[in-house]
Design a protein. Structure first.
Length: 172
């Protein structure tokens, strides 16, 4: 009987890992494809979508909000450390939602790392919303994944972290 439960636990862990990897891969693909489209369609200038949203090319050699400009290639090393840390943390995700959150963060980090490696230490940002720094799909994925992971952690603590076999949090 214990062998059966061990098999089921291993299967659940494998499914979470596959989901995490698929989410990360989809984020990387979306980030790279939208960057290629942005380079092609925005090379002649910005496109105003609405009053508060425009698309424009911006090559960022810094990190979030332009902090650390000029350290592009050094940020590759920092990015690699971050990716390794996320991979190590991913082993602690015990829910499907946690795996999705970590997949979003990992995919975003790898998308920006790919940009830095192949664009001389710079990341291509192209989404410009009023009163906010320009960003890209990878940045948005990191932020959304971080928020989702925070919700998973807080919600899990409030419920004592008890989850039924189907992954639904038990609130009783």
């Amino acid at each position: 009987m214990q062998e059966r439960w061990a098999f089921i636990k291993t299967l659940k862990n494998n499914i979470r890992f596959v989901i995490l990897a698929l989410v990360a891969l989809l984020v990387i693909l979306a980030d790279q494809i939208t960057a290629l489209l942005a380079k092609h369609y925005l090379s002649n200038g910005p496109v105003h979508v609405t009053n508060f949203l425009k698309l424009k090319l911006f090559y960022n050699s810094g990190v979030a909000f332009g902090i650390g400009k000029g350290f592009g290639l050094e940020l590759v090393a920092v990015g690699l450390v971050f990716v390794v840390a996320v991979l190590l943390f991913s082993g602690y995700t015990s829910t499907l939602t946690g795996a999705i959150a970590v997949g979003l963060i990992l995919g975003g980090a790898l998308g920006n790392l790919i940009d830095r490696i192949f664009q001389g230490g710079e990341v291509l940002d192209f989404i410009d919303v009023s009163h906010w720094p320009t960003f890209n799909v990878a940045d948005a994925s990191i932020v959304c994944g971080g928020i989702l992971l925070l919700i998973v952690v807080i919600y899990g603590r409030k419920t004592g972290g008890k989850r039924a076999a189907n992954g639904v949090v038990n609130t009783s």
